[in-house]
Design a protein around this ligand. Sequence first.
Ligand code: ATP
Ligand code: MG
Length: 295
Amino acid sequence: MTEIPKNHPRYESLMAREQITAGVETGITSRQGLIAQGRGEAFDYLIGEKTIESADYAEAVAVCLLLLAEKPVISVNGNAAALAPAELVVLAQLTGAKLEVNLFHRTEERVKKIIDVLKENGADAVLGENAEKLLPLDHERAKVEREGIYEADVVFVSLEDGDRCKALTDMKKLVIAVDLNPLSRTAQTAHVTIVDNLKRALPNMIDMISEFRNMEEEDLWEIVNAYDNNVVLIDAVETIKENLTAKQNEVLGIEDGPDQNNDRSKREPRKQSRIQRNPEIARKVMMRGGDLMME
Ligand code: ATP
Ligand code: MG
């Protein structure tokens, strides 16, 4: 791996590139995975390379859903395994979810290698090797394990293709997707769309688990039922628009007036409180979505 100095302004993004490239070299990530990562990076740039408030909210709701699920499964592909293998294992262990390898560019060798990587990172069992063509799709992602994704009630997917996401929702499963592109078919089809980098989303979700783990199921359901995915998608698109406008104004030398201060980075810094600690934020995100929908 190339040595990247920690103070490099693009440290995080360069490190992710190193991880994905290493994944291709060891055979866990497909070459196409490099391009998927590139598309993700482009959207991450537009989002501001940080976890936006509405993504933090979606992550909290995703944690609640995983804890509530009877048969949760975390689907792992070659990019996810290269970027955050340890975090995937910890999330599965803390929520009681099964891990299953599911690949678009499937080879049995790659499935085996990804299973090994997850086991090296502490997983006891990983599904994926005994997959059968059980989903109504014409590509390899149709292959899932009966005991895993096929029977799951909640499925967590990252860097997913829209087709399978749709197939899973058609099977009445609740789908949580991590996708930096709020416009992708996956983002638009999932029930809970986390518009965030997988590398930020997973540690954030793991951090939240202790706050939700001991809550009554009824209270967890209340959080899940109050959630509206459209609001989160609208907020992500709005964030991109605001960031672009702020950049445009910067280039034009236009200063933001008090009324048109759209740049969130210049707003009052948000308090430490997270959505799960402060339902007020949840309400604000919802209200904001309502306002936007009325525009
Ligand atoms: P769809 O079929 O859903 O319209 P797509 O064709 O864009 O989506 P793929 O190229 O199959 O989807 O998958 C890559 C998706 O994953 C892209 O939307 C990209 O933005 C997103 N992505 C890439 N890297 C990351 C990452 N590190 N974290 C989160 N999302 C990512
Ligand atoms: Mg696709």
